[in-house]
Design a protein around this ligand. Sequence first.
Ligand code: KIV
Ligand code: ZN
Length: 379
Amino acid sequence: MRGIALFGKIRFLDTTLRDGEQTPGVSLGMDEKLAIAQGLDALGVDVIEAGSAMTSEGERLSIKAVADFGLEAEICSYVRALATDIDVALGCDVDSVHLVVPVSDLHIQCKLKSDRKSVINKAVEVTEYAKDHGLIVELSGEDASRADQDYLVSLYKAGIEAGADRLAFCDTVGVLVPEVTADIFSRLSQLGAPISVHCHNDFGMATANTVAALRAGAAQAHVTVNGIGERAGNASLEEVVMALESIYKINTGIKCQDIYQLSRLVSRMTGLPMAPNKAIVGENAFTHEAGIHVHGLLADTKTYEPMHPETVGRKRRIVLGKHAGRASVELALREFGILASEQQLAQIVVRVKELGDKGKRVSDADLQTIADIVLSIQM
Ligand code: KIV
Ligand code: ZN
């Protein structure tokens, strides 16, 4: 195991196998969970939330298989504040539980039909029960971003008293903004236990909020590969890690060069394709067509790439279409070993653009045909 929370080092709890699997239509079997868990472990995440032990017998077998595989990461199950949930998690041999209680009045009253005091009592009782049975406990507030923050603090304090090792704050419906996130985590990081940030992407701010929380003192980020998860998904592992590494120059300890391979594996196993413009792992994230950009890239890749594609296990791709220019066409021709004169190159560019104007991406075969035609004309 990579050990329990350490102040100072940013930790990652990956919930691809729990919150990610809650994506509508996704169901992962044991072999798939094991393969993804191995990939996550090799990548270097600290905690793998392998599922929710109370969900089904199949889920329990999968969690147990992950827990018994001997990975370095801490293996965790999601549980509610019920002793019976702790019992089934124990049966799966997990190291820890992500013990979740609703904390907003909306959730406490509408969903749980309970009251604030009873929620604290239950959280304390089940935290003590889990600790008595040797589990690491991460006590988590669901819908924390819409909760009364003073109530939330009293719940967290009661949880720490009861033995909780870590706390978690869930922006369940993705309504945080970075400046509010920073204020919240500046306060919560003073409570005496490491706190995790768990963000959803309903307004496209999960990554920004997660990074803001970490910069304000959060010790651990909850993330999923490819940002998969309920509705618009969770904070994406690859985005949070690369923002920290590339923009803030923080060494996360994650093996970034393996990110793309794991992204492909998760996409295949969940059946969830990536949008072409998805940051870091989308098909177009390191693909260039525009002539001006390719011209710049040939001089220095930093002109139009904020990071080297190889950093995340990818390659740069130059494609041809109506935005192509001399530089990109010449580069593509060179890759086929075709040398064209200035005049021929100009002709090829014109024909590439003509094809592009018809709404086509110009394939390798198209380019070769164009080049054959132009080069066979005497100039
Ligand atoms: O987003 C959320 O609130 C959650 C909790 C149930 C942990 O995923
Ligand atoms: Zn969630």
